[in-house]
Structure formats: structure tokens, C-alpha cells
Design a protein around this ligand. Structure first.
Ligand code: C2E
Ligand code: MG
Ligand code: MG
Ligand code: MG
Length: 285
């Protein structure tokens, strides 16, 4: 086996390959094994109603602590997966893991809780997402209305005819769609008008500058009223300071997440937080 794996290494790591590609190649080999052996993890970050402090939903965030490579940021994991043909399997793993966990929380009395799952633009554009999602919902028994898919804006995304179809198929399943990192991408007003989007998430770069930059405040204010006018809910990402929380509340931002309130955490810790949450059990009654 050692001989065989050495041979594979030699074939894969040709001289001249730059360092980054080399690292990604190695990561891809480990990632494939990690997916197959269930070594990936999801952490969950609660999203709160800013007015009441109640938990509204959780965002599932990928975590890979590799025995060989240490902690790899989710953005790098996604990039590796996309470059090496693992994106579909990874997406399926994330979706089914998140839905299974959410179904457990529903059965434990948190039937009101929603889960947000990030979907990369490539997966979204490929056109099979609705099929994958409905299979996962069927397998896990999760109520479609408690699943929110977060997609980031991407230049080419909305020009693909299939994207609108996918979006509509997903909406027909009863799933909600959130535009992630809103304000940093390429969505135009006409896209917002045409697309069946339910939620906007204000990118954390705007929130970070909120208390120091009046322009950031104006932009956040504009995004909030835009969302209101289009009947979308709005979530602020990356709330780290009390001042940001206060200001967002004053500006009428309904929902927020950030280190100030809670960091992403393993499912077990999230379960405990839900138990402490005052409304635990009361919503389903
Ligand atoms: P995102 O979807 O915009 O997720 C929010 C990111 O902000 C997360 O980073 C979260 O840990 C971080 N965050 C939350 N609160 C704060 C805060 O108060 N301050 C700061 N500085 N950061 C905060 P994370 O977990 O490193 O994920 C990075 C990105 O990777 C995500 O950004 C998302 O685009 C992508 N990602 C994560 N998990 C998945 C996944 O399962 N699938 C896909 N396709 N992408 C994922
Ligand atoms: Mg997100
Ligand atoms: Mg974001
Ligand atoms: Mg993002």
C-alpha cells in the first residue's frame, strides 16, 4: 500500500506545480476521505430577533479540522471541492447533515426553528439543486418551510436561464431563499424585482463600519428599507459591538447574528442554548 500511495503522490505532484495548487491537491485527497468517513462537522450560529433577543434560526457553517492539515477555513474547503469535483458530494453532505440535525431539534420541541444552509453559486447554477434538496427533505423528514438556502451573488449567476428555474423550483418546494453577503456582490435592482428572494443578509463589512462611517450607516439604512419595501426580512451579519446592535435595532433591522451574541458552535452546545432559550417548547404548544 505504501508503495502504491507513493506512486500516486509522484504522479499527482509534478514539479513546477505552484505551492497553492500543490496544497489544494493534497487537501482534495484528504477532503474526499473526510467526506466519505464523516469527519466533517457543521457548527451552528444562532440568528436572533434584535428586538426581543429570541432565536429565530441558525446558520449551519462547515468546519473541517483535518488530522493532517489542521483547521481549514470553509471558504478554502469549498474552493478545493469545486476545483476537484467534490462540490456535489460536499453540498449533499452539508444539506443532509443540517436537515437531520434540524429535524432532531424540531422533535425536541423547537418546531419553530429554521436552518440556513449556504449553497455555493456553482452548485446553484448547475440545475439539479431542487432534486437534491427534495431528496434530502424526504430522507430526513424535515419540513421544507424551515429550510432557508443562502446564496451569494455572483456575476454570471442570474444570467443563466437555469438559475431562475432552480430558484422557482426551490420556492415551489416551500423553501426560502436568502441573498448572502448582500451589498458586496452583483445583484442589481432588476434582479431583486424579478427573483423570488425572501431574505437579505447585510454583509458584515457594512456592519463593521457602522458606528464609524456615516456612509456605511446610510447604506445599511437603505438596504433595510429596500428589504421592507420588497417584503423581505433582513439579517445583519457580523455584529461584534453593542453599539452596532443598538444602531441596527434603531434602524429597524429585524434579525442579526454575530460574535456579540453567539459564535458558531457545535450542535451539542447549540442544543443547550436552545434549552436555555425561554421559548423552548412553548412555540410548538
Ligand atoms: P457566510 O455565509 O457569510 O457566513 C458568515 C461568516 O461570518 C461565518 O464565517 C461566521 O463564522 C462569521 N461570523 C459570524 N459572526 C461574526 C462576527 O461577529 N464577526 C466576524 N468577523 N465574523 C463572524 P465562516 O464560518 O468562516 O464561513 C465563511 C464563509 O464560508 C461563509 O460566509 C460561507 O460563504 C462559506 N461557508 C461556510 N459553510 C459553508 C457551507 O456549508 N457551504 C458553502 N457552500 N459555503 C459555506
Ligand atoms: Mg451565509
Ligand atoms: Mg455572509
Ligand atoms: Mg459568504
Amino acid at each position: 500500500y505504501a508503495k502504491h500511495s507513493r506512486k500516486t503522490m509522484v504522479q499527482m505532484f509534478e514539479p513546477g506545480m505552484d505551492e497553492r495548487r500543490l496544497r489544494r491537491q493534497k487537501l482534495a485527497v484528504s477532503l474526499q476521505a473526510a467526506i466519505e468517513q464523516d469527519q466533517l462537522e457543521l457548527h451552528y450560529q444562532p440568528i436572533f430577533r434584535l428586538n426581543s433577543g429570541d432565536i429565530e434560526s441558525v446558520e449551519a457553517l462547515l468546519r473541517w479540522n483535518s488530522a493532517e492539515h489542521g483547521f481549514i477555513s470553509p471558504l478554502e474547503v469549498i474552493a478545493v471541492a469545486e476545483q476537484h469535483g467534490l462540490a456535489h458530494r460536499l453540498n449533499e453532505w452539508v444539506l443532509s447533515q443540517a436537515c437531520r440535525q434540524m429535524h432532531r431539534w424540531h422533535q425536541a420541541g423547537c418546531g419553530w426553528l429554521k436552518v440556513n444552509v449556504n449553497i455555493s453559486p456553482n452548485i446553484f447554477m448547475e440545475g439539479e439543486l431542487a432534486l437534491t434538496v427534495s431528496a434530502v427533505l424526504r430522507d430526513t423528514g424535515l419540513d421544507a418551510s424551515t429550510l432557508v438556502l443562502e446564496i451569494t451573488e455572483d456575476t454570471s449567476m442570474w444570467d443563466t436561464a437555469g438559475s431562475l428555474d432552480t430558484l422557482q423550483e426551490l420556492r415551489e418546494l416551500g423553501i426560502e431563499i436568502a441573498l448572502d453577503d448582500f451589498g458586496t456582490g452583483y445583484s442589481s435592482f432588476s434582479h431583486l424585482r424579478q427573483l423570488p428572494i425572501n431574505k437579505l443578509k447585510i454583509d458584515k463589512s457594512f456592519v463593521a463600519d457602522l458606528s464609524t462611517d456615516p456612509r456605511a450607516e446610510s447604506l445599511v439604512k437603505t438596504i433595510i428599507s429596500l428589504a421592507d419595501n420588497l417584503n423581505m426580512t433582513v439579517t445583519a451579519e457580523g455584529i461584534e459591538l453593542v453599539e452596532q446592535h443598538v444602531l441596527l435595532q434603531q434602524l429597524g433591522c429585524g434579525l442579526g447574528q454575530g460574535y456579540l451574541m453567539a459564535r458558531p458552535m457545535p450542535a451539542e452546545a447549540m442544543s443547550e442554548l436552545l434549552l436555555q432559550d425561554k421559548r423552548y417548547g412553548s412555540r410548538s404548544a
